[in-house]
Design a binder for this molecule. Structure first.
Ligand code: F3S
Length: 397
């Protein structure tokens, strides 16, 4: 790779041990993927923050990097294993909490902003069109590439941290225009509305992508979509189709920037969506846990929950997972009080997938296909997808 003198200096250790290790990681990655050079990144988002994922070995690596490492660009974290303020109320074990705090402290020592969220783009880590970034969370990567038109590969924990400590990433994959072309046309012949519908659509298209071995769909037939719908869709298509980028005719910024794909289109009809929806509802499900906020809830979604929960009482464990800055806005707006008076709980900084709640509940209801996937696979819950209104209805009956 062609390195600038500054990058060479990092590699030879002139900027300290952590920057050297970071540049070693990035040059190795660049060589594997035939990158010609490094590009500057505007921001970084680091995943793999839960102590449950990192363990002592991961924490040791972080502490080593934190000895002399400092982030060079705006860097935020993915959800951690617990709400840092409210973990006892959510039933998190004290030992786990202590270890999770050690992880957060190691990141803080390096200058990382410790807002733990998978929607960094809702809380100030928001790149502009065409900017290079190094993000790790799959749903956020897909949203950033597709909806914002920023450019990122799906980074792993160590490579994202390496980019944070150097401000660089190797230029390959989605950083290059030639790798951002749509590969297959998808025609949606159905009306899609709401986060759950978009989530179901993400799974339906994602399943096709896996069968066809394609990664970038060019989607027609969606006249408009909200931020919440697009974040839900991004999470789902990333989970089920491994997609890090999609184009949506008239909706996303690069939809007409590259030649349209050729070949047979995929048709998505109402019956396909019905079938996909049924696949997200387990037989014999008994809901004892309702969660909203995968990806992390926006203030708009929290306002809606407050209006739906006003004057009611939940009869089941009900979590609203969100970024802490969004929770603070909800506090100021009075939404949190309405929601908490109804008996629902905020789980800021974390989510129903990364929190250590395996086996704690029997059946989870949620508006997210991604959460259904991991609720089953990781936490061994039965699951059911539904609209936000249906989730609140079940939670309060
Ligand atoms: Fe975010 Fe957790 Fe869903 S990280 S995308 S809320 S599984």
């Amino acid at each position: 790779m062609n390195l600038t003198s500054d990058e060479q200096d990092m590699l030879t250790g002139k900027h300290g041990k952590a920057a050297q290790k970071a540049m070693e990681i990035l040059t190795t990655l660049g060589e594997i993927f035939n990158a010609q050079r490094m590009v500057d990144v505007y921001s970084v988002q680091i995943a793999g923050v839960s102590y449950a994922n990192l363990g002592e070995a991961g924490l040791e690596f972080l502490n080593e990097m934190a000895e002399d490492g400092t982030v060079k660009v705006l860097t935020t974290l993915n959800p951690a294993g617990m709400d840092r303020e409210n973990w006892q109320v959510l039933g998190i074990d004290a030992d786990f909490a202590e270890n999770q705090i050690r992880v957060i402290n190691a990141f803080a020592k390096m200058g990382v902003i410790t807002t733990c969220s998978c929607t960094p783009y809702l809380i100030g880590n928001i790149p502009h069109f065409g900017q290079h970034i190094a993000w790790a969370e799959s749903s956020a990567v897909c949203y950033a590439n597709s909806v914002l038109g920023a450019r990122t590969n799906r980074e792993g924990g160590p490579s994202a941290l390496a980019s944070a400590l150097t401000g660089k990433t190797p230029e390959y994959g989605y950083h290059l225009a030639e790798n951002r072309h749509g590969q297959v046309i998808v025609k949606v012949n159905a009306q899609i509305k709401g986060t759950d519908d978009f989530s179901v659509l993400g799974k339906a298209i994602g399943d096709h992508l896996i069968t066809l071995g394609k990664k970038i769909p060019w989607i027609a037939g969606i006249p408009s979509a909200t931020v919440e719908e697009l974040k839900s869709f991004s999470a789902s298509i990333a989970t089920y189709g491994g997609a890090a980028l999609f184009h949506m005719d008239g909706v996303t910024p690069e939809f007409d920037r590259y030649p349209k794909p050729v070949g047979n289109p995929i048709d998505i009809n109402p019956e396909d969506l019905e079938k996909t929806r049924r696949e997200l509802i387990d037989e014999g499900l008994e809901v004892d846990f309702v969660s909203i906020g995968c990806p992390h809830a926006s203030i708009h979604e929290i306002a809606k929950l407050a209006s739906l929960l006003k004057g009611k009482k939940v009869t089941k464990e009900f979590w609203i997972t969100t970024a802490r800055p969004t929770k603070r806005i909800a506090d100021e707006a009075g939404y949190s009080k309405i929601i908490e008076d109804a008996g629902a709980k905020f789980a800021a900084d974390t989510c129903c997938v990364v929190a250590p709640i395996k086996g704690r509940f029997k059946g989870m209801m949620i508006d997210s296909a991604k959460a259904c996937y991991y609720g089953r696979a990781k936490n061994k819950f039965k699951v059911k997808i539904g609209t936000i209104e249906e989730c609140v209805k079940v939670a309060t009956e």
